[in-house]
Write a protein that binds this ligand. Structure first.
Ligand code: HEC
Length: 265
């Protein structure tokens, strides 16, 4: 090959081939053995290329004749009058390349902030609960106008202590025994930021469907909140909701408020 007739070009070719093999070739090897492949980290590529370069320099400087031959094109570009254009191009290109790489390293990153999880994502308009469709919009807690509040509250208390206590805590403050093991942490119902802001139908939806029932904007999602749909009856859920508000002294948000605020937007 005419092109590869000088040590300089041979060395350059070896370097390029080495680069292609290391950066693009190596990832093809693991699949041959049925192992998942991964890209070669840049620092590793650089390290291998430096090793190859050291080998090449040893080889070209191994005898005087080859060393002189190797340096000739470099010297020519730097001094010969007829290589003026090439020299000018190199003198511009190299600093520009260095500047470009440096800029690429230090330029401020404008990546999107980690997506914020919406703690209270918009609830669906309706859900299916134990096979039946349930309209959430406008739905109030039916137990408030049915029988004795006190009796419902007692049921709610039992449901809470049997099921919710380990996470949401004895004081309904989200500090149950297991709470520290979960991220996101179980919510603190005493906090004005939780059930005090919600309609009871929203709370019903959250209790019935739990973490698994959260929509996309509730992600990245690994909520430990269980779905209670198949473990509790609708009345038990409405009772425990009564209990949560009763016990914390919070008032649920009503649909009139919710509607008025929506109108303002
Ligand atoms: C295994 C632990 C665990 C248990 C048991 C548990 N929860 Fe939760 N709960 C969580 C976690 C964690 C969250 C916060 C993440 C989320 O919103 O899903 C949460 C959130 C909630 C919310 C959402 C409040 C809001 O402001 O959006 C309600 C309501 C709720 N739980 C009620 C209950 C009720 C009622 C019970 C018992 C029937 C219960 N939880 C049992 C872990 C639990």
């Amino acid at each position: 090959m005419r092109f590869l007739d000088t040590p300089f070009r041979q060395a350059l070719a070896v370097l390029v081939v080495a680069y292609v093999l290391i950066d693009f070739g190596i990832p093809y090897i693991p699949p041959l053995f049925g192992v998942d492949s991964a890209p070669v980290p840049n620092t590793v590529v650089l390290q291998y290329l430096l090793t190859v370069l050291a080998g090449l320099l040893l080889w070209v400087s191994d005898n005087d004749e080859r060393w002189t031959e190797f340096k000739r094109p470099i010297q020519e570009v730097l001094v010969r009058p007829d290589k003026r254009v090439g020299r000018a191009v190199l003198l511009v290109a190299v600093p520009v390349l260095v500047a470009f790489v440096t800029w690429g390293r230090v330029k401020p990153e404008v990546t999107a902030p980690p997506s914020f999880r919406s703690i209270h994502p918009a609830p669906p308009r309706s859900i299916t609960f134990q096979g039946e469709t349930m309209q959430l919009a406008g739905l109030e807690n039916p137990l408030r106008s049915e029988g004795s509040l006190e009796a419902h509250n007692e049921v709610g208390k039992r449901v809470y202590y049997q099921n919710c206590l380990p996470c949401h805590g004895d004081a309904l403050d989200g500090l149950g025994h297991y709470a520290h093991g979960f991220n996101p942490a179980p919510l603190n119902f005493q906090d004005v930021g939780t059930i005090a802001q919600l309609t009871e139908s929203f709370v019903f939806w959250r209790v019935a469907k739990g973490g698994p029932g959260l929509p996309r904007e509730g992600t990245p999602w690994n909520s430990a909140m269980p779905a209670w749909e198949n473990l509790l009856t609708a009345d038990e859920i409405w009772s425990v909701i009564l209990f949560l508000y009763e016990q914390t002294g919070n008032d649920p948000r009503t649909w009139e408020e919710a509607g008025a605020e929506e109108g303002e937007h």
